[in-house]
Design a protein around this ligand. Structure first.
Ligand code: SF4
Length: 75
């Protein structure tokens, strides 16, 4: 059963699949305002910083994640 971190901000839900994440650092290097290394390479989501305008950037980084570990629900 994958562990998931769930974050909710407005109409955006961000899930990080901590079982498939390879701690590649891409997401928090690319978007340090929203993703941060929790200490072991797995990202945490800084949900207080997420704005509606960030949806395109979040969709882009979710596509770029090499293991598909960033799952978005928008709406
Ligand atoms: Fe994990 Fe994906 Fe972020 Fe890399 S880009 S640290 S695999 S969630």
């Amino acid at each position: 059963m994958p562990q998931r971190i769930h974050t909710y901000r407005g109409t955006i839900k961000v899930y990080i699949d901590t079982e498939t994440c390879t701690a590649c650092e891409l997401c928090y290097d690319a978007m340090p305002d929203i993703f941060s290394n929790r200490g072991d390479g797995i990202p945490i989501v800084l949900y207080k910083n997420i704005k509606e305008d960030d949806i395109p950037r979040l969709e882009s980084i979710a596509q770029d994640c090499p293991s598909g570990s960033i799952i978005l629900e928008v709406g």
